[in-house]
Design a protein around this ligand. Structure first.
Ligand code: SAH
Length: 343
């Protein structure tokens, strides 16, 4: 059976070719054609010998995503629903602003972690994405938006990236490969619901990425209600893993904090957050809850204003984010959920 060439990192491809009496620089040449020249056909790789091209063609193929739906929001957020080879669907979202073009990619089909406020977990977990399926989200959108290019990637689409550790880290290696796509250091962010052992393992790899942790609460009791994963890795263990990560990677960790009406926006929450976050260099993003079909609702402006004032009083640094793409249901898992309701 033919192999999907885009599942290989450069190191992996070199190793695969080694000992097959193939030219020494073949892996490098193939990488250059695919990721720098954007060729998806071995025939046109003109600096590769004909018989080697025949070998490549007989053993490898180029996977691609099928665009099922594309929507553009009033705020210019663009959402793509892609079909995979096995008929599963994933979402990718492009978030443009003046300074950067950020692509939000999925890492799994569905999600195992069942956060109670999130749409992605509502349809269960199907499978991990392959390396190529992660890379193809980037390639598809980047090709389509030329001459603009994607500047940043966030793993904040469907799935838990650290639950698909080896494919996600290999995809990052391909995206960052200096002889390939060459996304620079700290342009890629992994967002996690808090898998403590994998956070530590990720730190040890020192890939030069940013880590974002979905915190959303300041006590175990409160976080247990939102995120069942907290029962496995409670806040103390999570914070220890983050501290360990922070010793290996230079960029401050970001904490995501979804503001939920009447749930996590009291003065006590602000006080506890200031204590919890004392031990690590951090940034914090506050995001008003972006859905109302589940059992939670976004806070009113007055509630947000009162809470942000409390945070300031407690010396907590934060950025208040505007939800993007609301009119096109761009929050995690919304599009895929809509699609399967119709299907
Ligand atoms: N599994 C990873 C990445 C996917 S979710 C994680 O948990 O971090 C990306 C971010 O969107 C997370 O911070 C998640 O908690 C948040 N999120 C999910 N549903 C949301 C909603 N309806 N409104 C606002 N943020 C949401």
């Amino acid at each position: 059976m033919k192999e999907d060439i885009k599942t290989y990192t450069l190191a992996g491809l070199k190793e695969h070719f080694a000992g097959q009496s193939l030219p020494r620089f073949l892996a490098q040449q193939v990488f250059d054609w695919i990721y720098k020249k954007r060729a998806e056909d071995f025939e046109i790789m003109s600096n590769i010998a004909r018989d080697t091209r025949v070998f490549l063609k007989e053993n490898f193929y180029f996977s691609s995503l099928k665009l099922c739906k594309q929507e553009i929001s009033r705020d210019r957020t663009e959402k793509f629903l892609f079909g995979l080879e096995d008929g599963a669907h994933i979402e990718t979202v492009l978030i443009p602003d003046e300074a950067r073009q950020t692509l939000c990619v999925s890492s799994q089909v569905g999600c195992k972690f069942s956060c109670t406020f999130c749409m992605s977990g509502t349809r269960g977990f199907k499978r991990n994405l392959k390396v190529s399926e992660i890379i193809n989200q980037y390639l598809y959108v980047n090709d389509a938006m030329a001459p603009r290019t994607i500047t940043n990637i966030v793993f904040m689409g469907i799935g838990e990236p650290l639950d698909n550790f080896s494919n996600v880290t290999d995809a990052i290696r391909v995206l960052m490969e200096p002889k390939g796509l060459h996304l620079g250091k700290r342009r890629i962010t992994i967002s996690t619901c808090g898998l403590a052992p994998e956070i530590a393992k990720l730190g040890e790899l020192a890939l030069g990425i940013k880590l974002s942790v979905s915190l959303h609460a300041s006590t175990d009791a409160q976080r247990d209600q939102l995120m069942p994963v907290n029962k496995k890795y409670p806040l103390a263990e999570l914070m220890n893993a983050i501290k360990y990560f922070a010793r290996h990677e230079v960029y401050p960790v970001t904490f995501e904090y979804v503001l939920i009406k009447g749930f996590n926006t009291a003065k006590d929450d602000a006080v506890r957050l200031s204590k919890l976050l004392k031990s690590v260099p951090y940034k914090m993003n506050l995001i008003p809850y972006n859905l109302s079909s589940l059992k939670f609702a976004p806070p009113l402006n007055a509630e947000i204003a009162a809470f942000t004032q409390e945070l300031k009083d407690q010396g907590v640094f934060f950025t208040l984010r505007k939800p993007r793409g609301q009119d096109i249901a761009a929050a995690c898992g919304q599009l895929r959920a809509d699609w399967s309701n119709k299907a």
